[in-house]
Design a protein around this ligand. Structure first.
Ligand SMILES: C[S@@+](CC[C@H](N)C(=O)[O-])C[C@H]1O[C@@H](n2cnc3c(N)ncnc32)[C@H](O)[C@@H]1O
Length: 209
């Protein structure tokens, strides 16, 4: 499936109805998700099972399934899991395909499984400090190849990059920034002032060494 069709199908997924600020339920836009998945496919990361950590509405797991991969999406929020399951059903109806995708309610801290790759857009760690590192550690324990969308400091992006490279190295991985995106954050909470704002995020590829 080409990237344009993938993006179109992902754009029809239902977002979470009532995003929870505590859980930092910011959704990845269809164009960014399609780009990440396209890279994963080209790099062979969808050839075995892919785990989507903090799946939200299921965008990465469903996208991986649409590209012919096997995927499992997990989220600690049952509403997110239900939305992802609903989206999966809708996509299967629309495409007439039976995707090798499932969703489970699970906390990343209790993730005990093996996969060939992991993909995640973790909570940026604004509400609960270090949450992004909790996600990364769980991903490192699950798969030898990890793709993660990570928020970076606008003031000193190199510092974030160096920190993440050291963090990866301490966990037996090497880290590369493979893409940078302007990530749209829609106004999903009362306290957000603007309708939409963009922040810079980097897509990291972590490879076990
Ligand atoms: C930034 S959102 C990303 C959602 C989706 N993957 C996307 O990219 O659109 C982070 C997701 O992590 C989930 N989450 C937060 N804490 C979690 C935890 N401890 N274990 C599992 N999922 C968690 C949230 O419910 C939310 O759906």
């Amino acid at each position: 499936m080409d990237k344009t069709r993938l993006q179109m199908l992902l754009s029809r997924l239902k977002p979470l109805e009532d995003p929870d600020a505590e859980l930092e339920q910011y959704r990845t836009s269809p164009d960014i998700a399609a780009d990440v998945l396209n890279r994963m496919e080209l790099e062979g990361a969808l050839e075995g099972r892919a785990v989507d950590l903090g799946c939200g509405n299921g965008v990465f797991a469903i996208g991986a399934g649409l590209l012919g991969g096997e995927a499992l999406g997990i989220d600690s929020d049952m509403e997110a899991v239900e939305t992802a399951r609903e989206n999966l059903e809708r996509v299967e109806e629309e495409t007439g395909e039976n995707l090798d995708v499932e969703f489970k309610e699970k906390d990343v801290k209790d993730l005990e499984m093996d996969a060939e790759s992991a993909v995640t857009n973790p909570p940026f760690g604004v509400q609960k400090r270090d949450m992004n590192r909790v996600f990364l550690r769980a991903a490192f324990e699950t798969a030898p190849l990890v793709y993660a969308i990570l928020h970076r400091s606008e003031i000193n992006p190199r510092e974030t990059q160096e920190f993440l490279q050291n963090f990866a190295s301490d966990n037996g991985f090497e880290a590369d920034v493979v893409a940078t995106y302007d990530f749209p954050l829609p106004r999903t909470q009362e306290f957000h002032e603007k309708e939409k704002k963009y922040i810079k995020v980097d897509l990291y590829r972590f490879l076990q060494v």
